[in-house]
Unconditional design. Structure first.
Length: 163
């Protein structure tokens, strides 16, 4: 009788072990399918990233950007007279807003109507030398009333282009 009970217990243990092994095998199969799916998604994402990188390199191509700039932007060539040394730059423009102002935007709007104390802007084009007998060719009129006498152009050579 004990042998019979022992045989039934061993058969039951074998059935439970087989069920547990089958469950482990089934879980590993599900995990393998999930891993294959994730690897496929990663491969697709890498392909998309490669395509986006190719598109980006095409979009940032300097020749393409230059062609678009020429077509859509009204840019002018830089003239050699637009460059100057830093010590020739004008003084810093006046501060439009006091640091302790309660309403800085309102103060800027009020100050827009006033004339600024200093003038900044582009360098005057080179003045052609007046030829003998042609006094009509002269330097442009100086509009900078506060400028020193040694600066001939009103917009003390900031390198900016007037538009």
């Amino acid at each position: 009788m004990i042998l019979r009970i022992l045989n039934l217990v061993v058969i039951g243990a074998l059935i439970l072990a087989a069920a547990y092994v089958y469950r482990i095998k089934f879980d590993s199969t599900v995990q393998a399918e999930r891993l294959a799916k994730i690897r496929g998604e990663v491969r697709r994402e890498r392909d998309v990233i490669a395509a986006l990188r190719a598109t980006w390199s095409e979009l940032e191509n300097p020749a393409r950007i230059e062609a678009l700039a020429k077509r859509h932007l009204p840019l002018k060539q830089i003239a050699p007279i637009q460059f100057d040394q830093l010590n020739q730059l004008p003084e810093r423009p006046p501060q439009l807003v006091k640091p302790d102002s309660a309403d800085p935007i309102g103060e800027v709007i009020e100050n827009l109507e006033e004339e600024p104390a200093s003038v900044t802007g582009s360098i005057w084009p080179p003045v052609p030398t007046p030829q003998a007998g042609n006094p009509a060719q002269a330097a442009p009129p100086a509009t900078n009333s506060g400028a020193s006498k040694d600066i001939e152009a009103p917009a003390a050579k900031s390198g900016r282009l007037d538009r």
